[in-house]
Design a protein around this ligand. Structure first.
Ligand code: NAD
Length: 734
């Protein structure tokens, strides 16, 4: 065996060390699953072995769970394999999945005591291995995490987790933990009842061995004759969990996430039958869940692609790593202040420049507020907080830029001002340093004209609030070199954000595509659909806010400005467009600029939260549709999601974006596109397939307008039934 090492001591206790070769952390791979069978046979069959203690050979922890990268590839390979009958396919999948359940059940019933010594984290499949042992002892370290996070990537624990955990800690506690994918510290796990003992770090193996020696006849609680699940669905506690759990899951997920429903079903059905039958039930639900487009999309985008991008998966190759030690931020407003904070947090020496010292200090005060809050909550020590703040130097002196590896400009959105600032900064900037602009709309190539080194010029587009938003959109100007892109990626990774790379077109990628969601909401409003229906369907199809609420957040004045500019570019009179006319009525006649002004489509309370739709809208809009039967909900859902996806497809055709991973991850992180889908591209590929997507888009275009008409790229792909991940580099994307 290459993953497990067995050492039998003088007392006949086998110390099994789990240590997947060549990896910094253990995961449950196909090879681990195969070797588990052999391991269990050895423990059971070798007379010299009286009991076993399982531990990890890694300092990073015991095991982080299933190898999702492998699962993702298996999914892709499965799709490409010669089609068998549906029944045969499911049977094969069930057998594969049930193997792990069978091995762990065999370990649990091997007739010898088995304990596990946990010096570090055990998540997913790692914790499920632990739950199949008779005794679990953990090191007393609050940083260690135990949990079943599968639901977070659209899966369910498929190696006994949904059955053993409710039997150990009760249906209600287990359901909460599994549905949310929440993790627990060793002490929390002990008080819940799924860790038996917590001992000082470094002494778990000894404690486990002592227990094994003292308990030669150990069996799992559910293998003791007469065992019944304490709060099965017919007990008061269990009934609460089933009924309340269903309602809670429906409310929180809008039934968009099958994993959560299947988890409840697994627990409900499984806790009414003996464990062997329960494990079969779990394996069936596991397969059912893993085959959903939601699971495939979420695993690929939220896990595999995010991890790849976080390791610089889209970084141009063969360019040495760029050490970013000092960065100057110009403009200490909303964005500059946030950027300075994330830099200082990442250990970067930061110069924060503004037009006067007061403005620069005000920008630094933003970091102080966050630090003070973290210190008061015990999330940060005072010392570390002081160190962070000491890295930010507020100033008005551009000469302080000397020695900076990179500059991020975040002054007002004015080309002339940005040009002036670029010239001023470059006087002090070294030849190899990068100049990044945080513009949200101005073309990078145009801004780079002010630069004497346009090759080193790039768009570094942050999102607000900077400290909470995980994405940074990097925009290549016409002259931006690969080296500059690589350096900017190194900077983004250093501040622990996810970079995506796009090309320089109007609105870049995220702003352009994001805008289609609120725009479709306005279309619906103009058709006379009740605003409450528009807002509820928007949220129910997975968007973080209603479409009109999004418009209010962005600012109706901003939307009007963009509308006017677009009309100018197309040499049209913006007032002739009914949407623009409505916006102009709201902003110019009624002074409703959106949330920042306390009035927009919504009315706002003193706390800045929306209270209700502004009744005055009825002056302009006659509500014709006041009911929302399921068919209408489906139609509106499709309009919202298709509109965004078609814009993303246009971005591919125009070369704005080139990597489906960037497109998918960007759509989720930048504007919250229905995360259960795995992103806009996965929605097309996995939920429809290009052929059906094009048919449906044509129907929508015939009914609602040309904005839904599929572009040439989509039609070409549909003709070949080709997916985006196939066409735009499946290898790269996997
Ligand atoms: P802001 O108005 O809050 O801050 C701009 C700051 O720049 C002000 O503090 C101002 O004093 C300073 N400034 C002006 N001229 C300067 C000069 N010559 N030298 C140094 N500082 C100068 O604006 P913001 O919201 O932080 O936006 C800044 C940039 O970021 C804009 O280009 C904007 O489009 C972009 N952006 C904004 C958001 C957002 O959500 N606000 C998101 C992404 C990108």
């Amino acid at each position: 065996m290459e993953n497990f090492k067995i050492d039998v001591d003088g007392d006949g206790i086998a110390l099994v060390t789990f240590d997947v070769p060549g990896r910094s952390m253990n995961t449950v791979t196909g090879s681990v699953m195969r070797e588990l069978v052999e391991l269990v046979n050895t423990i059971k069959g070798d007379d010299k072995i009286k009991g076993a203690v399982i531990c990890s050979g890694k300092t990073t922890g015991f095991c982080a769970g299933a190898d999702l990268g492998e699962l993702n590839e298996r999914g892709a390979a499965g799709a490409a394999a010669a089609p068998k009958s549906e029944e045969e396919k499911l049977k094969t999948q069930f057998e594969q999945s049930f193997t792990l359940n069978k091995s762990l059940r065999a370990l649990e019933t091997c007739g010898k005591p088995v304990a596990i010594a946990l010096e570090g984290l055990a998540l997913g499949g790692g914790l499920e291995i632990a739950l199949a042992c008779h005794y679990r002892v953990a090191a007393d370290n609050p940083k260690i995490k135990f949990g079943l996070p599968e639901a977070k990537v659209g899966l369910l624990p498929g190696a006994g987790g949904t059955q053993r955990l409710p039997r150990l800690i009760g249906v209600q506690n287990a359901a909460m933990m599994i549905l949310q994918g929440a993790d627990k510290s060793p002490q929390e796990a002990k008080s819940l009842g799924f860790i038996n003992d917590v001992v000082p770090a470094g002494s778990t193996i000894e404690a486990a061995k002592t227990w094994v020696k003292a308990n030669p006849k150990a069996v799992a609680p559910w293998d003791v004759k007469g065992y019944k699940v304490k709060d099965n669905p017919y007990s008061p506690g269990g009934a609460m969990a089933s009924v309340g759990g269903n309602a809670m899951v429906s409310k929180q997920t809008n039934l968009n996430y099958p994993a959560q429903r299947h988890i409840l079903s697994c627990i409900y059905e499984g806790t009414q039958v003996p464990i062997d039958a329960a494990l079969r039930i779990e394996s069936r639900y596991f397969i059912k869940t893993a085959n959903t487009p939601q699971a495939k999309g979420m695993i690929r985008s939220l896990f595999v692609s995010m991890q790849a991008l976080a390791k610089g998966g889209n970084r141009p190759q063969n360019i040495p790593e760029y050490a970013v030690k000092k960065v100057a931020v110009i403009g200490a407003g909303l964005m500059g202040a946030g950027i300075a904070y994330v830099q200082a947090k990442a250990g970067i020496e930061t110069v924060l420049l503004d037009v006067n010292q007061e403005a620069a200090e005000k920008g630094k005060a933003y970091s102080k507020r966050i630090v003070d809050k973290d210190v008061s909550r015990g999330k940060l020590t005072k010392e570390k907080g002081d160190e962070l703040l000491a890295r930010i130097t507020p100033s008005t002196d551009y000469a302080m830029i000397k020695g900076a590896d990179l500059v991020v400009e975040a002054v007002f959105e004015s080309p002339a001002l940005k040009a002036e600032v670029t010239k001023k900064a470059e006087q002090f900037l070294g030849d190899t340093a990068v100049f990044g602009s945080n513009t949200s709309t101005l073309p990078i190539t145009g801004l780079a004209e002010a630069s004497v080194r346009p090759k080193n010029f790039i768009g570094i587009h942050f999102f607000s609030p900077v400290e909470r938003m995980g994405l940074v959109e990097l925009i290549r100007g016409k002259e931006t070199t690969d080296e500059t892109v690589a350096k900017a990626i190194d900077y983004v990774l250093k501040i622990k954000k996810t970079p995506i790379i796009v090309n320089d077109f109007r609105g870049f990628y995220t702003s352009r595509c994001f805008g289609t969601y609120p725009a479709e909401g306005v279309e619906m409003l103009m058709e006379g659909i009740a605003p409450a229906i528009i807002e509820n369907v928007g949220r129910q199809c997975g968007m973080p806010m209603g479409a009109l609420e999004v418009s209010d957040s962005v600012g109706l004045d901003t939307a009007l400005k963009i509308g006017k500019t677009n009309a100018e570019l197309n040499q049209q009179d913006y007032r002739k467009d009914p949407r623009a006319a409505m916006l102009s009525w709201l902003v110019e006649d009624k002074g409703r600029v959106g949330r920042k002004g306390g009035k927009g489509y919504y009315e706002y309370g003193e706390d800045g939260k929306p209270t209700r739709i502004w009744p005055g809208l009825s002056e302009k809009i006659e509500v014709k549709t006041k009911e929302c039967p399921p068919a209408l909900k489906e139609e509106l859902t499709q309009r919202f999601l298709f509109r965004q996806c078609i814009e993303v497809a246009r971005c591919f055709e125009e070369g704005v974006i080139t990597d489906p991973r960037d497109a998918d991850v960007g759509s989720i992180l930048a504007w919250g596109f229905a995360p259960y889908s795995g992103g806009c591209i996965s929605y097309i590929d996995l939920f429809w397939g290009t052929k059906k997507f094009v048919e449906e888009a044509d129907r929508l275009a015939d009914t609602y307008g040309e904005r839904f008409r599929p572009n040439k790229l989509l039609r070409d792909m549909a003709a070949k039934n080709e997916s985006f991940y196939d066409r735009f580099g499946a290898k790269k994307a996997a």
